[in-house]
Design a protein around this ligand. Structure first.
Ligand code: AMP
Ligand code: ZN
Length: 117
């Protein structure tokens, strides 16, 4: 699906809803989380609407790959790579997914426990 006007993150992609953008290109948009869980908390989303990790098909390999590759580039741009950072995709309600447009969290600027809560 291209854009879904009922989807919060599609509306951020289209500019309908404002966000503090950290990065954007033809494939992905990254913006600062409205409720940050770390000193740096950026969400990376594909421009194309895909609801969740579970919805991915082989045809989405390029989109999903771009989300990962660009996230690493964005994290480097935020100087997170030397200390390290957490990279998370929540899938489904039990894992805490609240927005059903696939997104990766980049969390940095503090230490993280393992296993996650
Ligand atoms: P998840 O819980 O993995 O689905 O992550 C959704 C994230 O989106 C949460 O961390 C929210 O704080 C964040 N969020 C929700 N609405 C907005 C918004 N308008 N702008 C930026 N981040 C948002
Ligand atoms: Zn969407």
């Amino acid at each position: 699906m291209a854009l879904n006007d009922k989807c919060l993150f599609c509306r951020i992609v289209s500019g309908d809803i404002p966000a503090k953008k950290a990065y954007e290109d033809d494939d992905v948009v990254a913006f600062h989380d409205i409720n940050p869980q770390a000193p740096v908390h950026v969400l990376v989303i594909p421009r194309r609407h895909i609801a969740s990790l579970d919805e991915l098909t082989d045809g989405d390999a390029m989109t999903a790959g771009m989300m990962v590759v660009r996230a690493a580039k964005i994290a480097r741009g935020l100087h997170l790579e030397s200390d390290g950072y957490r990279f998370i995709i929540n899938m489904g309600e039990a894992a805490g997914q609240t927005v059903f447009h696939i997104h990766a969290h980049i969390l940095g600027g503090r230490a993280f426990g393992w296993p996650p809560g």
